[in-house]
Structure formats: C-alpha cells, structure tokens
Design a protein around this ligand. Structure first.
Ligand code: CAA
Length: 379
C-alpha cells in the first residue's frame, strides 16, 4: 500500500468538516428525537457536491476519487450519521451503480439529477425474508416482452420515502437461481408502487427507512441495469463499494465520539485534576485513538485499491468489519469517559453509540463480511 493524501484531499476533508459543524450540528439532536429527515441539509450537500462525489463531471458529478469520499464521509458522520447514510447510499449504491453498469440513456436520465442531489435514490435488496441470504429474493420481475411486471415487498430501505428513483433487485427466473435475478430502475411515480411504514429505529433515527410495496408495477425493459440475469452480480458489485462508504461512516462515528471524549476529559475535573491526567482515562484515549487510526488506514486502503481499479472486495469487507467494531468500542468508551453526562442527549455520545450499531448490520452484517473475507482467503 502506497498512497498519500494530496492538497485536494485535505481541502475536501476541510469543506466537509466545515459543512458538518455549521449546517448539520445545529438541530442534530432534535432531528434524532423527532425522526426528522435532514431534507434541507441533504439539498445543501448536493449543491456542495457531496451526493455524487465520484461521478464523472460530464454528468454533473465531482469527478473525485474514493479516498476523497472516505474523508468526506468521515467528517459528515462525526456529526450526523443519519445524513451520511443517505450520502453513502446515493454515492456508492445508486450513482456508482448507474455510472458503472447503466446504459447511456439511463445515465442521461438519472445520473445528473442524482449527482447534484436534486433527487436522491434508494437501493432495494433486503426483503422480509431475505436479508443476508440475498439470493433468495421473493420479489418477482416477470418478463412481459417490452416490460417487467414487478411484485413484492422490500424492507429497511434507506431513503425509502425521500427517493425519486429506486434500484430494485428482483427474481425473473427462479430456475436460474441468482443468474435469474435482475436490477431495475423504478420511478417513484410508477403505478402500483407504495411507500410503506417508516421504521422507528434505535439509531440513525433521522434517516428515512421504510418498507416498500410493488404491486403489478410495469417497468420498461430499458430500465434494466446490465444484461438479463445480471442483477445479483450488480448488487454484489455495488455493495463492495458501498461497504467502503459504511466503513467510513463507522470511522466517522468513532472519531466524532473520540473528539468529544478527549475534549471532555480535558475540561472535567475529578479528584483535584482534569480527567485526562488520570492514567485510567489516558489508556482509554490511547486505545481509542489507535483503533481509529487503524480503521482509517483500512478504509483508505480499500478506497485506494478501488481507485486503482484493483480487486478490493476483501479489503472493503475488512474495512467495514473492523471499523464497525471500532465504532461500537469507541462510542461505548466515549460514553464511559463522560460518565453520567454521556448518558444524556446533550452530550451527543449516547446518540453516536446508538448510531454505531447499525454499521455492524447494514450493507452486510459483520458475519457476512467474515464470509466474504474468508472465501477470498480460501479460494
Ligand atoms: N463481489 C463480487 N461478486 C460476488 C460477491 C462479491 N462480494 N459475492 C458473491 N459474488 C458472486 C459470486 O462470485 C458468484 O458468482 P460466480 O458464480 O460467477 O462465481 C455469485 O455472486 C453468487 O455468489 P455465491 O454463490 O457466493 O452466493 P451466496 O448465496 O453464497 O451469497 C453472500 C453470497 C456473500 C452471502 C451474499 O448473499 C451477500 O453479500 N449477502 C449480504 C447482502 C447484503 O449486504 N445486504 C445488505 C442490504 S443493502 C443495504 O443495507 C443498503 C442500505 O440501505 C444501507
């Protein structure tokens, strides 16, 4: 591994940090409490180029590399993980998926609007009975000649009610197993499409998570991404990149909690001196900082491999597996450093601790990451 961060990388990092402090921090506690999607802030993120960072400028994107994306995701996630999951899904699963595998017409129609945050998108793979076991899709897309007839239910869909376009993974030919699955672009206004109930979640409460119902939705064949039967491979491919985004989110949640703990430990006095003078606290801070540094290096390594068009699925799984555990460990310790104050909402760390948990679950649980990693080791 040999990469250095350029001045451009550091400028992106600074811009994201400034935006998060100025625009996301005020109101983050209230949005979490009220489960209020940060609509206005996401619009601003689009205007600043954070919603389509890696998209080619000819489609209105930022034309940046994946390392810039990791740095920006970390900064946004330090303050507001609900905003950053929206950003991650839009960048990694939706924009990148369409840019990499879509037709020119699909790119013309969707990419420009998605990359500027004018609209946002959702990725619909999980179902009531198919989460980790992603090949067992019950949603069907029956081939009707010039269109597919889509029927089924999707669960836990990020950006579920705020999206204008949905990438839906569905089974066309069950006899072909995963080779019979397709990925379809479904417009929000399609007849037969209904946004279902909003999930009342433990963390990332301001993100917009819904079930979605499709009843006899007609999807034109032109809206299929890739060749017939490419849907499962499409999903696996975009998730390889998505896991870098979620790893960076976990990293940001951890480093946000660490910064708060460090600051608190320097201000709060106990037994006649600042907390930070006590070795028990110093050791905690040292462990937290070391874990965060290691997680950041794994994220940047996976990003760098992707930027060089080298295989990166193992490294993105490792980054997500490790960073999400670091997020859990560091946020828990940050609450501990804060003592009683850590358990109340004003100090932010309790929210970060709740937000951390989902990073071990979505875009492949930690157990799935171990499957991905071990298969690569064994093959
Ligand atoms: N990258 C590229 N290709 C992959 C792949 C990967 N990571 N994993 C599998 N494939 C390919 C395989 O090579 C195979 O192709 P070939 O036959 O040509 O070799 C094909 O896909 C089928 O693979 P498997 O036989 O290994 O399939 P499996 O049924 O054993 O499942 C799995 C593999 C890794 C467990 C997969 O099902 C998986 O990743 N599950 C987790 C799904 C997931 O991440 N869900 C998250 C929901 S999305 C979300 O959370 C978004 C959000 O809103 C935040």
């Amino acid at each position: 591994m040999n990469f250095t961060l350029t001045e451009e990388h550091l400028a992106v990092q600074e811009a994201a940090r400034e935006f998060a402090q100025k625009e996301l921090l005020p109101g983050v506690i209230e949005r979490d409490e009220k489960q209020q999607f940060p609509k206005e802030q996401i619009k601003q993120m689009g205007e600043l180029g954070f919603m389509g960072m890696m998209v080619d400028p000819k489609y209105g994107g930022g034309g940046m590399d994946t390392k810039s994306y990791v740095l920006a995701m970390e900064e946004i996630s330090k303050i507001d993980a609900s905003a950053s999951v929206c950003m991650s899904v839009n960048n990694s699963l939706v924009c990148w998926g369409i840019e990499q595998y879509g037709t020119e017409a699909q790119k013309e129609k969707y990419l420009g609007h998605l990359a500027t945050g004018e609209i946002i998108g959702a990725f619909c793979l999980s179902e009531p009975e198919a989460g980790s076991d992603a090949t067992s899709q019950k949603t069907t897309a029956i081939d009707k000649g010039d269109h597919y007839l889509l029927n089924g239910t999707k669960n836990w869909i990020t950006n579920g009610d705020s999206s204008s376009v949905y990438i839906v993974i569905a089974q066309t030919d069950p006899e072909k197993g995963y080779k019979g699955i397709n990925a379809l672009l479904v417009d929000r206004e399609s007849e037969g499409f209904v946004v279902g109930k909003k999930e009342n979640k433990m963390g990332i409460r301001a993100s917009d998570t819904h079930s979605l119902m499709f009843t006899d939705v007609k999807v034109p064949k032109d809206n299929r991404i890739g060749e017939d039967g490419f849907g499962f491979k499409f999903a696996m491919s975009v998730l390889n990149g998505g896991r870098i985004g979620i790893a960076a989110q976990a990293l940001g949640i951890a480093s946000g909690a660490f910064e708060l703990a460090l600051q608190y430990a320097q201000e709060r006095k106990a037994f006649g001196e600042e907390l930070v003078q006590h070795q028990g606290i110093q050791f905690k801070l040292a462990d937290m900082a070391t874990q965060i540094e290691a997680a950041r290096l794994l994220c940047l390594q996976a990003a760098d491999l992707k930027d060089q068009s080298l295989p990166y699925s193992k490294q993105s799984a490792m980054a997500k597996l490790f960073a999400s555990q670091v997020a859990m460990d560091v946020t828990t310790e940050a609450v501990q450093v804060h003592g009683g104050y850590g358990y109340v909402k004003e100090y932010h760390v309790e929210r970060l601790m709740r937000d951390a948990k989902i990073t071990q679950i979505y875009e492949g649980t930690s157990e799935i990451q171990r499957i991905v990693i071990s298969r690569e080791l064994i093959q």
